[in-house]
Design a protein around this ligand. Structure first.
Ligand code: DQA
Length: 145
C-alpha cells in the first residue's frame, strides 16, 4: 500500500532554514529515513513537497484514488488553509499531521490548526523523527486494510 507524505511551503529549505528550530536534516535525509522505515513496515512511500497550496490540494485528490493514508506537514498552511482541510475531508483513509517543531511552544498564531479538525493524530515537537512516528502509526492503522 502507498502512503503519501506531503510537505508544505518552505520545507524544501529544511536543513538550511532556521536549523535551531527545524534541525539540520535535509528533505533528502528525511525522505531516505522514511523510505528505509517503509521497507521495514512493508509499505511504499511517496514523499512530496510543494510551496503551492493548490498543488497540495491536487495531491490530496490524487491520494483519494491511490494512497492508503496521508502523513502531512502542511507547514504555514496549517494555520491558514481551509482548502487543504476540505481536501483532506474528501480523503477516506487515516491522516496524521506532523510538525517538526513544537508549535504550541511558539507564536500564538501557530497554536491553531485547520488541518487538526480532520487529522486522526498530531505529532509536534519530535523533530524530523515525527515523520517516522507518523509512518508507523498509519502503517498500523492500515494493516490488513
Ligand atoms: C511547521 C510549523 C509551522 O508553524 C511552520 O509554518 C512551518 C513548519 C513545523 O514542521 O514545525 O513551516 O509545520
Amino acid at each position: 500500500r502507498i502512503i503519501d507524505i506531503l510537505n508544505g511551503p518552505n520545507l524544501n529549505l529544511l536543513g538550511q532554514r532556521q536549523p535551531e528550530v527545524y534541525g539540520r536534516e535535509t528533505p533528502a535525509d528525511v525522505e531516505a529515513a522514511c523510505a528505509a522505515l517503509a521497507a521495514e513496515l512493508g509499505v511504499q512511500v511517496r514523499f512530496r513537497q510543494s510551496n503551492h497550496e493548490g498543488q497540495i490540494v491536487d495531491w490530496i485528490h490524487e491520494a483519494r484514488e491511490t494512497a492508503a493514508a496521508i502523513v502531512i506537514n502542511p507547514a504555514a498552511y496549517t494555520h491558514t488553509s481551509v482548502a487543504i482541510l476540505d481536501a483532506l475531508k474528501a480523503f477516506d483513509g487515516p491522516v496524521i499531521e506532523v510538525h517538526i517543531s513544537n508549535v504550541h511552544q511558539r507564536e500564538s498564531f501557530r497554536h491553531h490548526s485547520y488541518v487538526s479538525l480532520r487529522a486522526d493524530g498530531v505529532i509536534a515537537g519530535c523533530g524530523t523523527e515525527g515523520y517516522l512516528l507518523a509512518l508507523r502509526r498509519v502503517a498500523s492503522l492500515t494493516a490488513g486494510a
